[in-house]
Write a protein that binds this ligand. Sequence first.
Ligand code: COA
Ligand code: MG
Length: 289
Amino acid sequence: MTFRARRSVLYMPGANERALEKAKTLEADSLILDLEDSVAPDAKADARARVAAAVKGGGYGKRELAIRINGLDTPWGVEDLKMAAEVNPDAILVPKVARPGDIVTVSRIHAGMGGAADTRMWAMMETPMAIFNVREIASVHQVARLSCLVLGTNDLLKESRALATGGRFAILPWLSMTLLAARAYGLDVLDGVYNDFRDEAGFRAECEQGRALGMDGKTLIHPGQIAVCNALFSPAPEEVEWSHKIIAAFKLPENTAKGVITVEGRMVERLHLAMAQRVADIAEAITAP
Ligand code: COA
Ligand code: MG
């Protein structure tokens, strides 16, 4: 099975040993071991060593591991990438990608450093230039081994000077543009973080909004956000059951050649079969050991 659920994607500061350890017991689908914004300049080398030891040491089970490196235009980026090429996480998250070349360059340098060919690149979409170029960035997915766009909503607010008002009124078009560009090239998209991690009602509303927009999951900052996020980004049991009915109906001998059929009184087309298959794949990935 190649499908991966990416409902809950938890960031943790690479310098925080306790968080790196605790993550082994948390129900997050993916973990982002951060070397960038959550690590102070003086702690960069220490965080890099801790993250390297954590990835090498393993113990994270089926959780997907991504390392967020510093940009290559910083004093730490190249060393971060070298470390990632040695320890082979599932993904490398590249911050502040602004142009397609940014992600292609990281991918090429990583390959040149002997990094594994199956390490995927994830791109932070967090600057005005990134949003303008999102389609071109997504379009280099094959050469850059890019599989996921990650919204950096805090940086988007900072750079745009928009206000963090309820409903994310100001940034909503940028979220949607990113989503559509990702889908145009078959990539996943992860929604930005919700800072007020004690506010469960607000967090829940933002997860629901992200899900409605089409996000695959949400990036998180605190373990307390995982359960709600997993629940809201999982297909509902009725949805899974309905999907299995559609799949079964198209398998009936009388339907195998048909484009459109009726299931329990509703019109179902092959596009619905494709949607149903996706729901079934997600449900299977979630329950897989
Ligand atoms: N990943 C893993 N474990 C985490 C965690 C995270 N992101 N955030 C908190 N925890 C752990 C704590 O270590 C603590 O563990 P313990 O009970 O075993 O001691 C437990 O969860 C409860 O933490 P709590 O006391 O509620 O939070 P805190 O005050 O220690 O930390 C933050 C609050 C916001 C500083 C912290 O959650 C954090 O660093 N989040 C991630 C920030 C980040 O990576 N930002 C970059 C991307 S936006
Ligand atoms: Mg950022």
